[in-house]
Design a protein around this ligand. Structure first.
Ligand code: AMP
Length: 502
């Protein structure tokens, strides 16, 4: 059997290949036949380049139907897809190209000058362009190719993609994901979230990250479901398309922005079945406000580039705010103490995971890979959390965010939850900054609700009533907005740098 992920998708395309598979914001329709033929053309182009079988195809392009088709074509041709965040500038792109040594680079037409220079000096043999308006050399070359292609045979443990981690802590590492990793996760999610024949996915996430490319797009492809494909998240546009969709996936910021749309209400969601959130913690406030406004309980799930999805709140059972739900079927998740022994229920520890979804290792980093796995084969996620008595997992923070102050461990998430619950606070981030006496000093950065007036001394006093003294921030800084990356993660490295000398 061919374990190539594309073969799995193709076996689930609907019987009616003329049906709409993808609709773009500017009213273009792609049928399942279109998807198959267009990906065959690009696969033929790639296959004709005489690349080594393990060639990487690095892609930094704006989101478009053709960008998704290029991903599928890379799978079909048996090569390894390497998507890059469109926000990366020259120095960052140079790092990835040097590290991954792709044979082919595809970039936006307007970036051809600088990207091709970096690509060729990094050893790439071919550079193509692909615009978000169906322009560029990739499509003009592919147009001359045949529209049929026999998907290359791949084993489950061969590479399908390398995704670089978002690098909110240290240097970005290339996570190697196999056809088997991605297929197992897509299958589990299809069952767990009870995808239906008539589902329509409203797709507003970027395509260079696991959330938009794997969780969202794979879900629709495996289920043979139509996608409404938006080039980027725009709250008003999403509200406009929602009445024709049944499933929506987003990072927490998307939900906050939807709630800020005055006319967003229950009637817009009348045809909806499921709203899913992930990639960063969903505030209980957002969860509650969304339920009040729309009648829908957002389903929060948890995963990471290296492991795909690990846990999810149930589709049918209770969805608990502040938790990421239960381990997915076939995925083994445990919480352990520093010495590797299991934590009791409610006890905070390191989250580790094992399963067919867990990646093959970091590209070119065998030592780092070995370090991140335990002797019994569990991957150390770097996240810290606890299980409640019903088996729901709550994430308390990243182990690298752990603050050690005067010898005491402080988990930022715990302090953030207490601060967020104070009157007048919209949200907060807690970081450690160097301190001559304590090693690190707990520092809070707070966003105040409109119209509320809060002061550093008052806030510190309120916290002293609620938590141990060593956990109380030494300083509180007020900002208009927390810095977030495109996936909605708070960039604590920026906060640490900004407030380290304050
Ligand atoms: P990435 O590899 O970019 O998807 O980032 C993965 C990290 O995002 C995880 O290790 C978690 O720290 C965080 N993350 C993902 N989903 C959630 C969630 N639902 N709640 C809290 N953190 C999350």
């Amino acid at each position: 059997m061919n374990a190539n992920l594309y073969a799995l998708f193709a076996s689930h395309f609907p019987a009616d290949r003329q049906a709409c598979c993808l609709e773009t914001h500017d009213g273009k329709y792609y049928s399942w036949n279109d998807l198959d033929r267009a990906s065959a053309k690009i696969a033929n182009l790639l296959a004709g380049l005489q690349l080594p079988p393990d060639a990487r195809i690095a892609v930094q392009v704006e989101k478009s139907a053709e960008a998704l088709i290029l991903y599928l074509a890379t799978l079909r041709a048996g090569y390894t897809y390497l998507p890059l965040n469109t926000a990366y500038r020259a120095a960052e792109v140079a790092y990835f190209i040097e590290d991954a040594a792709p044979a082919v680079v595809v970039c936006s037409p307007q970036n051809f000058g600088w990207v091709s220079q970096i690509a060729f000096s990094g050893g790439a043999k071919h550079v193509f362009t692909l615009g978000d308006d169906r322009t560029g050399s990739l499509l003009s070359r592919a147009a001359l190719q045949s529209n049929s292609f026999d998907t290359v045979l791949r084993d489950a443990d061969e590479l399908a993609a390398i995704l670089y981690t978002s690098g909110t802590t240290g240097r970005s590492k290339g996570a190697m994901l196999t056809h088997g990793n991605l297929a197992s996760n897509a299958r589990v999610l299809q069952q767990y979230w009870q995808w239906r024949d008539d589902d329509v996915l409203l797709h507003a996430l970027p395509l260079f990250h696991i959330h938009g490319l794997f969780v969202a797009a794979h879900g629709a492809l495996l289920n043979g479901s139509k996608m409404i494909f938006l080039p980027r998240f725009d709250a008003a546009e999403v509200v406009g398309h929602l009445p024709r969709a049944t499933v929506f996936m987003g990072v927490p910021t998307y939900y906050v922005r939807l709630l800020a749309e005055r006319d967003f209400d229950a009637p817009h969601c009348a045809g909806m079945r499921l709203f899913i959130s992930g990639s960063a913690p969903l505030l209980t406030d957002t969860f509650t406000a969304f339920a009040e406004r729309t009648g829908f309980t957002i389903l929060e799930r948890y995963g990471m580039t290296e492991t795909a999805m690990l846990t999810s709140n149930p589709y049918a059972g209770e969805r608990r705010a502040g938790t990421v739900g239960l381990p997915l079927p076939g995925v083994s998740v445990r919480v352990v103490k520093a010495d590797g022994t299991a934590c009791a229920t409610g006890e905070i520890g390191d989250i580790q995971v094992r399963g067919p979804n867990v990646f093959k290792g970091y590209w070119n980093m065998p030592d780092k890979t070995a370090e991140e796995f335990t002797s019994d084969g569990y991957f150390r996620t770097g996240d810290v959390g606890r299980f409640d008595q019903d088996g729901y997992l709550a994430i308390v923070g990243r182990s690298k965010d752990l603050i050690i102050t005067g010898g005491y461990n402080v988990y930022p998430k715990e302090i953030e939850s207490v601060i967020d619950a104070l009157d007048g606070v919209l949200e907060s981030a807690v970081v450690g900054v160097p301190h001559p006496d304590f090693g690190e000093a707990v520092t809070a950065v707070v966003v105040v609700r409109d119209g509320a007036a809060l002061h550093e001394a008052g806030l510190i006093d309120s916290l002293k009533q609620k938590i141990a003294n060593y956990k109380v921030p030494k300083r509180v800084h007020f900002v208009d907005e927390l810095p977030r990356n495109t996936m909605g993660k708070v960039q604590k490295n920026l906060l640490r740098a900004r407030f380290r000398d304050a």
